[in-house]
Design a protein around this ligand. Structure first.
Ligand code: FPP
Length: 244
């Protein structure tokens, strides 16, 4: 049973297995991404219903630009058709994108910018789409920002601390995810939220993303709730703190 009082505030997901899901059915890979959008809708609606505040989806990585152009185009088209403002407005969902927008086509950029602007009034779930995103890109970009501020004399190198770095990340507006889920059977982080996941609980499942549903989400949350989060302290210290 899920303890509704101890839900993670932020769940991050690596949505893997779309291609294999399609290939197992004799379909082209893009059909797997299409089915993946239905899973995005299901999981977004359920997180929203449960009262989870942030959901971050690894939608397209910097490395995914190296896929065949037909597949890249199919994913970009799917984004344009699936980021439906009306659905977000109806469900009080705020949509935001993190990633290197310079590489996106003007059409995709316009679509996400409009959607971000119009949904900025919503205060339910924040759905963060990691698009043209990689964590090393994000950290490099933050370092460039900070270096410029040093050059302009606004910060001293000795004053740079963890907070300075976190504030200069594209994802500065969201708390660190307590739970990172990866579907599709692989057990790696693939350049996703490396800074933010320093203390996240990792949950891996063999389920391919298009098959991921409410039940699978609940299982991941239940598993997370059984973990003891120590943040470097001892088990006895953590227990004493929770009994206070
Ligand atoms: C990974 O599976 C999935 C992707 C690279 C694309 C995910 C994109 C979507 C689900 C569409 C998202 C839409 C919205 C609205 C957020 P894979 O292709 O690497 O699978 P494989 O490991 O089986 O090849």
């Amino acid at each position: 049973m899920i303890d509704i009082q101890r839900l993670p505030k932020h769940i991050a997901i690596i949505m893997d297995g779309n291609g294999r899901w399609a290939q197992a059915r004799g379909m082209v890979r893009s059909k797997g991404h299409q089915a993946g959008v239905e899973a995005v809708d299901r999981v977004t609606a359920e997180c929203s219903r449960m009262g989870i505040k942030y959901l971050t989806l690894y939608t397209f990585s910097t490395e995914n630009w190296n896929r065949p152009p037909e597949e890249v185009n199919a994913i970009m088209q799917l984004l344009i058709t699936s980021l439906v403002e009306e659905t977000f407005m109806k469900n009080n969902v705020r949509m935001r994108v993190i990633g290197d927008r310079k590489r996106l086509s003007p059409e995709v950029r316009k679509c996400i910018e409009d959607c971000e602007e119009h949904t900025s009034v919503n205060n339910g779930l924040t759905l963060v789409i990691a698009l043209s995103y990689s964590s090393r890109w994000e950290i490099t970009d933050a370092v460039q920002h900070i270096a410029r501020q040093v050059l302009e004399g606004n910060i001293k190198p000795a004053d740079i601390n963890e907070q300075t770095i976190a504030e200069n990340l594209e994802s500065h507006f969201m708390p660190d995810p307590e739970l990172l889920i990866r579907t599709g059977g692989e057990q790696r982080i693939s350049n996703y939220l490396l800074w933010q996941c320093a203390y996240s609980e990792l949950y891996f499942t063999d389920i391919f993303w298009p098959d991921f549903d409410e039940k699978a989400l609940h299982q991941a949350i239940e598993d997370y709730q059984q973990r003891e989060r120590r943040f470097g302290k001892t088990s006895a210290q953590v227990k004493a703190e929770t009994e206070k």
